[in-house]
Design a protein around this ligand. Sequence first.
Ligand SMILES: *[C@@H]1O[C@H](CO)[C@@H](O)[C@H](O)[C@H]1NC(C)=O
Ligand SMILES: *[C@@H]1O[C@H](CO)[C@@H](O)[C@H](O)[C@H]1NC(C)=O
Length: 307
Amino acid sequence: MKNLKILLVFLYLSIICAQRIPVLNNGNENKSIDHIPYVASLRLDETDESYFGKGHFCTGVFIGTKAVLTLASCFYRNDALLLPEDVRIIGGTKFKFEEEDLTFSTILEDFKIHENFSRSSLENNIAIGYLHDAIPKDNAFVKTINRIASETATESVQMKIYGWSLSTMMYEESLHLLSGEVEIVSTEQCDTEHNKITSSTICAGPYFVNGCETDDGGPLVDDARGGTLYGLIDARPAGYCSKIITNRLGTYVDVSQFYNWILEYNRNSASCRNIISIIVLITLCIVVAQLQMVKLINIQNKKVWIY
Ligand SMILES: *[C@@H]1O[C@H](CO)[C@@H](O)[C@H](O)[C@H]1NC(C)=O
Ligand SMILES: *[C@@H]1O[C@H](CO)[C@@H](O)[C@H](O)[C@H]1NC(C)=O
């Protein structure tokens, strides 16, 4: 009798739990989700050279044909700032270790970290990487996100998160791009000892669906509105992601609070800066040429004077 009760409780719990698994493919190799074209994989170029996927260390979102949005903290490895050319950006790949026909790959030319980013408090944890090569126009698997939210996500709205290591109830890690369904909750609810929230943290539950370390910078999006980016996965403290036993809600950097900053530095992207440097170079040439001319005229004048 007692055993039967335990069995019934167990069955009941498994049904409840099974129904509550909001991760779509849950690591099953034959249940891969479709390409999410705006999701970028950030990789250490040198490590990724040994084999494709090994260098994956952070995630990002394509916001321009030559720009990827991610966390500022992603650019620090063992207390040192990475160099742009150390970072390879991969798009259009579902399986972490498999290069597909339309996989897009480039290194960074430069990056811009928010000027007020604090490594201790993790305030203003946002950065833009400028791609060396632009995303090809006709690549259906690699595209920029439709829209960046200009207003904070409202409570109890359902959203999606994407990443290669999302924590799920059953699996700790997947090799496939995973999708999780979350619901925005109030920040009061998640301001705990595990979640040191900042002034730009969004929280979302349930507590067992959130990003792990290498998902940092991955998207929190509202697909219903044609792909609107509301947040970037920020799994803190580093290396810690929720399992069913830990009571930690997912934390995200609210991109709407950086809307103007993103707009400014996305527009002022690498190509613009190239144009600016060309203009500066031309101006310099003209100045130098004129100085030379002045010199020449002076020499000629001198010559005239000598004669
Ligand atoms: C996935 O599909 C392939 C081919 O259809 C099959 O050979 C393989 O066994 C399947 N794997 C799993 C885990 O179901
Ligand atoms: C950074 O902080 C300073 C001082 O609080 C402020 O004046 C400046 O506007 C901030 N920069 C950005 C981009 O928010």
